[in-house]
Design a protein around this ligand. Structure first.
Ligand SMILES: [Zn+2]
Ligand SMILES: [Zn+2]
Length: 721
């Protein structure tokens, strides 16, 4: 008997193998020989045959893991079709845990012991720090040593002294049961009604998507946790996706308060041992609730009944490399294949979601009142044309006075600037040269904290040169414009007695360090917080009563389809940080164009009017969500070759014309060179409802790209870089 086995190797299709004696289930995880190696795969169906049976190799062994269910396999296939991703790459997304092929049985783990080291060295202190940071988690030896940056003998030494315990632990234990019967938080009236609707939807055990819309602080989390409770009562599994690791610390304790135990966690900060355990328990039903980043959507849940996508508008749900998918859309697809409910939670939903709710495709629940006594902050523009500002200063006198008043009142102020580093541009005052990246079409950004210039496209760094690389003049290089680090300098000069905290992702070595800083600020450990968009994401700062947006016009520049939508969302999110507890808040937006429709919509708070206007504009232009787009980026070190290929593709557009789609380009991509590769972009625009993906596959499939040329297809692109 032959079976077709899909592996993660880039072969393009499943391969035939001889089934083990007694056969095996479709969906079984198996180990198969491939050339000289043994690789893991999934039995995808009956084999095709048609080969010399003597040449067909047998399946090595069936792994001790729950077989992949029909709904999961259907999901991977549909997701592959939708995103035009090869199946092996989809399977890779679904098996991203280490040691899945390892046999069961106990394993040796290391955790904090009862003893103390007799003598503390630097290396030992680092091991103890890691153990404390991960709060009781168990590690394998290599992992613990690597995280601490020490050799395994340091860990072994600590074991001898009892400071580290070495144990044989059973592998992959189920997670503690979450108890939906524990009392939840007291809900306000509109919250209770919303929770009731979501509970009923979950109890129906049918597919459906609900937009749960509520301003920041309206208590969306308490509401959707009640949907989770219902899902657990039904004996099904729930998944909560969050956009940002930094959110999970606060979130996990809320889950624990509600259900008496912690959920499974899936993100980059989770240990390898835990990843394997969670992957297996998802398949066996040994975990009730998983909280994770976008890739958690590809865990092999046995019976998924609910997916919550929190902050559904967040751009981090779009995977921008490798398999290009949007976790929000894939959550809807997955749920529709397994009779699950989706809750899309946001204060500022993306336009697609808003339109789907308007059209009745999604249900919509609005939470209007802020939970507790807090009010929405008052929002005002500061017209920068009327403010007197010295050179290289960015805080207007009006904003500075407001900040001073807050500090004197023992409250906190947040200054928001969505630019990392010290200065976005370094220019030579002698010749006008701007320092760019050697590999990209991008300017290098000065990071004074790191004492280097950094390319935000490719990550390349170099020291700040002493002399101009173009004209050789010494001492003439000067920073232009502000980043958060430079803003911090201005703040330190103007408010010398204030305690200042800068929150920017590049200033923290680990997600945990960032979490600690956030907790410290929330506890009153800073007077002025300076932050990038990192601060827009759900952190609770009870003393924060003033938000000052340094440059509200920043996001409105550029030609991105979503510029207006993004600015609107970001400004609302950031402003919503102010006045979340009993003290009322104010948000002040520094702008040079207070009459701009987006700025006016933000200030007036007339959200629905903004969405309607934005939707009408997109509809008139046939742009998403009223039409379909696909971005094709060709990249190659060979600039001529990449344009030639792009032109040839554009010329052979018959498969696209057949569905009435149009091709635009090739044109240099907005960022025309990244890591030494030239980038050329084509844009395909089609009407809604046509079969876009098969046409794209036929179209691109006509030409074989040269070896050094990469073709990446982005369905429903979110950004145009
Ligand atoms: Zn120069
Ligand atoms: Zn670069």
């Amino acid at each position: 008997m032959l079976v077709a086995v899909l592996t993660t190797e880039p072969l393009g299709r499943a391969l035939d193998y001889r089934a083990p004696p007694g056969g095996c289930f479709v969906g079984a995880f198996v180990e198969v020989p491939l050339g000289p190696r043994r690789v893991m795969g999934v039995v995808w169906g009956p084999g095709e045959g048609g080969f010399d049976p003597a040449k067909i190799r047998p399946v090595g062994r069936v792994l001790d893991a729950a077989p992949m269910g029909d709904a999961m396999r259907a999901f991977l296939m549909r997701a592959a079709d939708y995103t035009l991703t090869p199946m092996p790459a989809m399977l890779r997304l679904a098996t991203r845990a280490p040691g899945l092929a390892d046999p069961p049985g106990p394993r040796r783990v290391y955790r904090r012991g009862r003893g103390e080291p007799d003598r503390m060295t630097d290396a030992r202190a680092r091991v103890m720090d890691v153990l404390d940071e991960y709060g009781g988690a168990a590690f394998n030896l290599g992992e613990l040593a690597a995280l601490a940056g020490v050799s395994t003998s340091v860990v072994k030494g600590l074991v001898k002294q009892g400071a580290v315990a070495e144990e044989d632990a059973p592998r992959d234990l189920p997670y503690p049961r979450l108890d939906p019967g524990l009392p939840g938080k007291a809900l306000a009236e509109d919250q209770a009604a919303a929770a009731e609707r979501l509970r009923a939807a979950v109890a129906s055990a049918r597919y459906g998507t609900t937009l749960l819309k509520g301003v920041t602080g309206s208590g969306k989390t308490e509401v959707y946790l009640e949907a989770v409770a219902e899902c657990l009562r039904q004996g099904r599994q729930a998944l909560v996706l969050l956009p940002e690791i930094a959110l999970t610390a606060e979130f996990l304790s809320r889950v624990e308060d509600r259900f008496g135990a912690r959920p499974g966690e899936w993100h980059s900060g989770v240990t390898q041992t835990e990843r394997r355990r969670l992957w297996r328990m998802a398949g066996e039903g040994g975990v009730g609730l998983v909280v994770g980043a976008r890739s958690a959507l590809f865990l092999p849940f046995r019976d998924l009944g609910l997916i919550v996508v929190d902050e559904e508008h967040d751009t981090s749900y779009k995977q921008e490399d490798g398999a290009l998918y949007n976790a929000r859309d894939m959550a809807v697809l997955r749920a529709s294949l397994c009779d699950a409910q989706v809750v899309l939670a946001s204060a500022t939903p993306c336009l697609e979601t808003w339109v789907n709710a308007e059209a009745g495709k999604y249900a919509r629940i609005d939470l209007t009142s802020r939970f507790g006594t807090a009010e929405l902050p008052e929002m005002r523009a500061i017209d920068m044309r009327a403010e007197k500002l010295e050179t290289n200063r960015w805080i207007s006198p009006t904003l500075a006075a407001a900040v001073r008043a807050r500090i004197e009142g023992g409250e906190q102020a947040l200054l928001f600037l969505n630019r990392r580093g010290y200065a976005p541009v370094t220019i030579c005052r002698a010749c006008g040269h701007q320092i760019g990246c050697d590999h990209c079409d991008a300017r290098m950004v000065e990071h004074r904290f790191l004492k280097r210039l950094v390319c935000h496209q490719c990550g390349e760094t170099k020291p700040m040169p002493e002399t101009c690389p173009s004209c050789g003049a010494a001492g003439r290089l000067a920073p232009v414009g502000p980043g958060v680090e430079r803003l911090a300098e201005e703040v330190a000069e103007r408010f010398p007695d204030a305690r200042v905290a800068v929150l920017s992702s590049d200033l923290f070595a680990s997600a945990r360090a960032l979490k600690e800083k956030i907790a410290e600020i929330a506890g009153g450990g800073a007077d002025i917080i300076i932050g990038t968009q990192l601060v827009a994401k759900g952190h609770n700062f009870p003393l924060l009563t003033l938000v000052g947006v340094i440059d509200a016009d920043l996001g409105l520049q550029g030609s991105d389809l979503r510029a207006a939508e993004r600015t609107f969302q970001l400004m609302r999110q950031v402003s919503g940080r102010a006045g979340r507890s009993e003290r009322p808040g104010v948000a002040l937006l520094q702008t040079c164009q207070p009459e701009h429709p987006v700025i006016r919509a933000i200030l007036s708070g007339e959200e629905e009017a903004f969405w309607r206007a934005e939707a009408a504009e997109r509809q008139a232009a046939g742009m998403p969500p009223f039409g379909r787009l696909a971005g094709i980026v060709l990249s190659s070190p060979d600039v001529q070759g990449v344009f030639d290929f792009g032109n040839e593709l554009a010329r052979r557009d018959a498969p696209l014309r057949r569905i009435g789609a149009q091709v635009f380009g090739p044109a240099p991509a907005p960022i025309a060179r990244v890591r030494g590769r030239h980038r050329v972009r084509l844009l395909v625009k089609a009407a809604k409802g046509v079969a876009l993906q098969p046409a794209l596959a036929d179209w691109v499939g006509q030409l074989r790209p040269p070896a050094n040329l990469r073709v990446s297809i982005d369905i429903d692109p979110q950004s145009f870089w």
